[in-house]
Design a protein around this ligand. Structure first.
Ligand SMILES: [Zn+2]
Length: 415
């Protein structure tokens, strides 16, 4: 992916006498013994240590900052053992690591590594108390599981989505992570819709496009090809197209296919995943979802933050009721008309971590849309990520109710 860095591999368990002094130590095993050793090394070399583990439904990450000898002496032996115990994550021992949970935790780990090496602002601090991501909690970031998975046919998770079709709108930064994870979830069909070609400057965050010489190729073609390789039992189909009502001159010239409402409905999708970087497209997808009662999960990112919103017909408010995207879309269009040929390149640079975190969080909401009786409710008011926030990830506390004039409200209250 990046020939400029050198990666050494050691087929060996962690040993106490590390060669040289790394800047940071990261333990991604589910093995408390390995984590215990890492803490010892971290204390000895005085380097921070990131500990992370996942199971299918849960993931956890914490950062340990080394204690000095005096600190250790001040703490009684009992207290020292207690204080390092919480970094060992024994609950995860012998668990199989999960696709979605690992995606989200890996994004958080990478961001902490970044912080330990390059601190951008005074408030850009390593995490203090750790983050838990728990798909069996309706509150998502709490340790306690409220959802107990009973013995049910649904638990044959391999087949959960085998009759479902899904559309990913956008094959950019978030779309890369969503496509990668989604291809492992055994859907019947995945449609990818995007009208961009791969550019050299995409490669710092759209990781799958670094796997070959793809500059100049259509994103949907490369991404769907890779997804078909990852899981040939799911058919991934790339559509070089634009979801919307019309094409501009440039789009016509590029032979972009217009996917308007009737074209989209022909795909017969059970779910829409919005991985978009502009509000107008999200507004169009939201209208389409509400009008046709199709569940819609939308993710958005900036370099250090992001959010996920879920529209579940009849159960949650739509995206416009949650965050006024229709008026924001009009504002966005007006701005574009003013700046005219400014090819929208003044967007903030997108970085890999927020996209990985939000991409995984999108995937984490899918089960709840189809099987709420087993997996609990989707997030009602959105999920927010902020790298500078002490908690990193939270559920939005502001309750989002459907506006009574919105079409989504009729579905909501008539249920
Ligand atoms: Zn609405």
């Amino acid at each position: 992916m990046n020939p400029k860095i050198r990666v050494g591999g050691y087929y060996s368990p962690l040993f106490y006498d590390l060669v040289g002094k790394p800047n940071i130590l990261i333990d991604l095993t589910n093995d408390p013994c390995s984590k215990f050793k890492s803490i010892k090394i971290s204390d000895k070399l005085k380097i921070p240590f990131i500990t992370a583990s996942t199971s299918k439904n849960k993931g956890k990450v914490m950062v340990y900052t080394p204690m000095s000898k005096t600190e250790r002496i001040i703490l009684s032996k009992k207290n020292y053992t207690q204080s390092i115990d919480e970094y060992l994550f024994p609950d995860f021992e012998n668990c199989q690591q999960g696709n979605i949970t690992s995606g989200l935790i890996a994004g958080l780990v990478t961001e902490e590594i970044r912080k330990s090496v390059i601190k951008l602002y005074d408030y850009d601090k390593l995490m203090k108390k750790g983050v838990t991501y728990n798909l069996l909690s309706n509150r998502r970031f709490k340790d306690e599981c409220e959802i107990t998975l009973g013995i049910s046919d649904y638990l044959n998770e391999k087949n959960l989505f085998k009759n479902k079709k899904v559309a990913i709108i956008g094959a950019g930064s978030i779309g890369n992570f969503v496509g990668l994870g989604l291809s492992l979830m055994n859907f019947d069909k995945i449609y990818l819709i995007d009208m961009d070609k791969i550019e050299e400057n995409n490669k710092n965050r759209q990781i799958l496009y670094t796997l070959g010489n793809y500059v100049g190729e259509k994103k949907v073609e490369i991404l769907s090809r890779l997804m078909n390789k990852i899981n040939p039992t799911t058919q991934s189909i790339g559509i070089y197209g634009k979801l919307g009502n019309n094409l501009n001159k440039e789009e016509k010239r590029k032979q972009v296919k217009l996917i308007n409402e009737s074209e989209f409905l022909k795909l017969d999708c059970d779910l829409i995943l919005g991985c978009l970087d502009n509000i107008s497209a999200r507004a169009f997808a939201n209208r389409l979802a509400v009008k046709n009662s199709i569940p819609y999960i939308d993710g958005g990112t900036s370099p250090f933050s992001g959010q996920v919103r879920v529209y579940s017909p009849g159960k949650t408010a739509c995206l416009d009721c949650q965050e006024n995207i229709y008026s924001q879309a009009i504002e966005e269009q007006n701005k574009e008309e003013i700046s005219d040929h400014c090819t929208a390149n003044d967007h903030e640079p997108s970085v890999v971590m927020s996209n990985q975190i939000i991409g995984a969080a999108i995937l984490g909401e899918i089960r709840t849309l189809f099987y709420p009786e087993v997996y609990g409710q989707p997030v009602m008011n959105g999920m927010l990520y902020n790298s500078f926030d002490r908690d990193r990830l939270v559920l939005n506390k502001i309750k989002c109710k459907p506006n009574k004039d919105c079409l989504c409200s009729k579905k909501f209250y008539n249920k």
